[in-house]
Write a protein that binds this ligand. Sequence first.
Ligand SMILES: [Cu+2]
Length: 328
Amino acid sequence: MNRRSFIKTGTAGALASAFLANQNPAQAQEHEHSDVTGHGGNMTMGEVDHARNGFDPHEILTDFDYGEVSKDASGRTVREYEFIVENKEIEIAPGLFYPAWTYNGRVPGPTIRATEGDLLRVRLVNSTDHLHTIHWHSIHPAAMDGIPGAGEVGPGEEFTYEIDAKPFGTHLYHCHSVPLKMHIQRGLYGALIIDPKEGRPDANEMVVVMNSFDTDFDGENEIYAVNTVAFAYAVRPIKINAGELQRMHVVNITEHDPVNSLHIHGNFFNLYRTGTSLVPHEFTDTISMGQAERHMIEFTYDTPGNFMFHAHQTEFVELGWMSFFEVE
Ligand SMILES: [Cu+2]
């Protein structure tokens, strides 16, 4: 049984029918007979209980964690964090639960935010019965790499990573214990945003982590999303203001598929690859990304209205990775 028939026949019974259904019965009928459904009618029914999850994709968008801030003897800014790995069942679509492994009870984990040159001190506490790490996509010493033999933490143990915040850009961290695929797909990842010392122009900033969930552990995903919950920003669009610069940090940690993508409607964006430049590399409306690729994009909507943004892989769209901006 492939993923499409999983959805169509509702093999998971109540689950499938609860999480993916067409709002319009006529459209649903049409969908049964066509694999070329556009990205319009497909949506979840019901609502995910974000309070029970303990996190809300709308809050994750702008929840930048600057840590506990102090200065060392040299006057350097030190940012300290505590990450606790815990197993937690999370609702990723209405009525569909996934046995996640989490940093601090959320997927994605906290968005660490620092300025180039700061010292990051991150204490990892492992409350589970598997080995875990935090592997950083940054420039750091081998001993801080967060791989087996360098910063891997056993059950009930802890380790403190100390890394320089460099280079500036939109980055990623994730668990690097083996089997790597399992530790990533379970939810142990998050964004690491390092601002350039000279700063950037004022903007409304957001972070979206493209992720996916293989709910039956057969090596294929049943759900795609940004910030975990299928259709979260379609059910409740992201409200932004016309004329205001939007800066979005986009991180791809999709497991099992080689490529994910992002397309915005009615507009183009400036693309800063890996966020490591002060000037844009490209002006486009679509970007494809392999796993661990991440970029910073900037755009401004001039007119009010609802504008979609989504993966440009129809299957991902149908399975949850579809969103809206509501421009006011
Ligand atoms: Cu792990």
